[in-house]
Design a protein around this ligand. Structure first.
Ligand SMILES: [Zn+2]
Length: 178
C-alpha cells in the first residue's frame, strides 16, 4: 500500500475549550518494522490542551507482545505506545493503561522507565503517609536497578487496534504473549 508521506497542518475546534484554535499536525511516516503510520499532534494555544497519538495505517489487528530485557542492550528496544496501548512490567509492578490522560509516545525501554520514574517522584511528593512514601521510594529503587541493567524484566504491550509495538535492537521480533 502506497501512502503519501509528509505533513498536514490545519486548525480545528478544541475539544477542551471549544474555540477554533486547535493546531493539528499530521505527520505521515514509515516507521521501520512498524509500517505506515500517522503521528498526530494537537495543541491549543488558547487553553493549553495537548494531545499526541500514533495510529498505524497498516491492517495489523490486535497486538500483544512481550520483550524480555536481559542486558543493558535490551534497554534500547523501541516502544511505540499509542493512547490505546497497555504497557506492563510485571517484575517491577508497573502498568500504564489507556485512559483520559494517557499520552502516546515513541521512546526506548530506558525512556519508558524514565517515565515511570517521573511518576514515582510525583508519588513520593504527594504521599500522605510514611508507608505510602516508602512504597513509592522502593518502587523507584527497583526502576533504577532495572535501568542500570542489574535486574532482568519483561515489558509487555497490548493494543487491540494494533497501534503499538516493541521493536528489539537486534531486529528479532518480540515473542507474542498470551
Ligand atoms: Zn483549547
Amino acid at each position: 500500500m502506497e501512502i503519501a508521506k509528509g505533513e498536514n497542518h490545519y486548525t480545528a475546534t478544541c475539544a477542551s475549550c471549544g474555540k477554533d484554535a486547535l493546531k493539528v499536525t499530521e505527520l505521515y511516516t514509515d516507521i521501520p518494522r512498524f509500517g505506515n503510520a500517522v503521528m498526530i499532534t494537537m495543541n491549543c494555544p488558547d487553553c493549553g490542551y495537548r494531545v499526541f497519538d500514533v495510529i498505524s495505517l497498516e491492517d495489523r489487528g490486535p497486538v500483544k507482545v512481550s520483550y524480555h530485557v536481559k542486558s543493558p542492550r535490551g534497554l534500547s528496544a523501541r516502544v511505540i505506545r499509542s493512547s490505546t496501548s497497555t504497557v506492563t512490567i510485571p517484575e517491577l509492578g508497573l502498568e500504564l493503561v489507556p485512559g483520559n490522560r494517557s499520552d502516546a509516545f515513541i521512546t526506548n525501554i530506558e525512556g519508558l522507565l524514565d517515565r515511570f520514574l517521573a511518576v514515582g517522584e510525583q508519588l513520593v511528593r504527594s504521599a500522605e503517609g510514611e508507608a505510602e512514601r516508602k512504597n513509592a521510594e522502593a518502587a523507584m529503587q527497583r526502576i533504577k536497578e532495572a535501568m542500570d541493567g542489574r535486574v532482568a524484566f519483561t515489558v509487555t504491550l497490548s493494543d487491540e487496534f494494533g497501534n503499538g509495538a516493541i521493536l528489539s535492537p537486534d531486529g528479532d521480533p518480540p515473542s507474542p504473549s498470551s
